[in-house]
Design a protein around this ligand. Structure first.
Ligand code: CTP
Length: 400
């Protein structure tokens, strides 16, 4: 029956070269053990989209841990089994491989953790979120490379649509509401008409608040890491989802203007200072939280890194005053003195204010990198030297 079903959807795809060899080994091991192995989920989507893939998910009809163990032995590496979930992961050839045993999930009530039982591939795919994430590629030798697409994922990829597999999807797992918008933002896709209706209903029924907080925070962290976080936030705004996650946030024309401005600032920073790596997502979050009363509680909930929490406090405490002083600063040295101890994220956020943007830009592009000729200060040391250098720097920048 399995083979007949696969045949009905037959299309063989070419795997990227760096995945092909490992996938073949997995398929051969599965075959020897009498199992069937498939690439599944996001990796299939990304291969079809011709994106780079390094995190590779397999599902095994059989026992995932056994397959991982044999592959690990073959390569002489460790494998990490999770008995309870019958999963394992290993690293091979620079790839992160995750093996799971195919399973069915049923939800006793909305938002609950699912009950998990063994099931075949089709049910494993059926429990997933969107059609584009619910395709598999067979890797056993007798069907290597065959795409298994029960729900029209390939068509939706071509039509650029996010579509749930069944009407209860958002009810069973409300985190998918945010996931839908994350994928739509990341890929520039739209929600299918019916999925959009289901999502709107799920939001207005207040389902987001029913999801476990930890999972919501985790999803938000993933969104903040996305390159196209701005587009994702736009979708959050469009569908009114952020209000359910982030207490006290209110969309206002000012906030929207600021986010747009931040997008430009970040685009500029990426180009001008490609070596200054910062997680821009957190900077967006700081802007979102700026007016919120409970911002710090939220940063704690989401386990924001220390620099984010510190910058938040700094902004709350000092931004208004600093902005005022910057507005009246005339000389480059004055700007320099006001900004020299501020961390970069703070500076980028200051740049979202139109009337001081130029001054901060000058600081970042010129003032902070003014160099003096140390020869001039021979004989000085310690505090005296430091002071002399600063004075000379300021003289130089005021002459710029
Ligand atoms: N999945 C799901 N519902 C969720 C989370 C995950 O159905 N709430 C399924 C999807 O099939 C997804 C797969 O589990 O493709 C793996 O989840 P994850 O690693 O979160 O997603 P990826 O699609 O791999 O996304 P990314 O590209 O962001 O890693």
């Amino acid at each position: 029956e399995q083979t007949a079903e696969i045949k009905a959807h037959e299309k063989v795809i070419k795997l990227p070269t760096h995945v092909e060899e490992t996938a073949k080994q997995v398929g051969t091991i599965a075959q020897e053990l009498g199992f069937r192995a498939y690439l599944v989920g996001g990796v299939v989507r990304d291969i079809l989209l011709k994106k780079e893939v390094w995190d590779i998910d397999f599902v095994i009809e059989g026992d995932a841990i056994k397959v991982a163990q044999r592959l690990a032995e073959k390569h002489g590496v460790d494998y990490h089994p999770f008995e309870e979930f019958r999963t394992a992961h290993i690293k091979v050839n620079g790839l992160k491989l995750e093996f799971a045993t195919t399973r069915r999930e049923t939800y006793p009530h909305p938002g609950a953790y699912p009950l998990v039982e063994y099931a075949g591939l089709k049910e494993d795919l059926l429990r997933r979120d969107f059609t584009i994430n619910a395709m598999a590629v067979c890797v056993n030798p007798d069907c290597f490379g065959t795409l298994i697409d029960y729900f029209g994922g390939l068509r939706d990829l071509k039509d650029k649509l996010i579509r749930v597999l069944h009407p209860l999807s958002f009810v069973e797992d409300p985190v998918r509401i945010l996931r839908a918008l994350r994928f739509a933002g990341r890929l520039g896709f739209k929600l299918s008409k019916s999925t959009e209706k289901l999502l709107i209903n799920a939001v207005s029924a207040g389902l987001i608040a029913k999801a476990p907080k930890g999972r919501l925070m985790n999803e938000l962290r993933l969104a903040l890491r996305e390159e196209r976080i701005f587009e994702i936030l736009e979708l959050y705004k469009k569908y009114g989802v952020l209000e359910h996650v982030l207490v006290g946030i209110r969309w206002s024309p000012q906030l929207e203007k600021k986010l747009l401005s931040l997008r430009d600032v970040i685009a500029w920073h990426r180009i001008e200072f490609p070596k200054e790596k910062i997680d821009y997502g957190w900077v967006y979050l700081l802007v979102l939280l700026e007016e919120s009363e409970k911002g710090m509680d939220f940063l704690v909930d989401i386990s924001a890194p220390a620099w984010v929490r510190e910058t938040y406090e700094d902004i709350k405490k000092n931004k208004k005053e600093l902005t005022k002083k910057l507005l009246s600063a005339q000389k480059n040295s004055e700007i320099y003195l006001l900004l020299k101890n501020k961390p970069l994220p703070f500076l980028l956020i200051l740049m979202t204010e139109e009337d001081i943007k130029e001054k901060v830009r000058v600081y970042l592009e010129k003032l902070r990198s003014v160099k003096v000729d140390l020869e001039k200060f021979k004989g000085l040391s310690g505090r005296q030297l430091g002071k002399a250098i600063e004075e000379e720097k300021m003289k130089l920048m005021d002459a710029l």
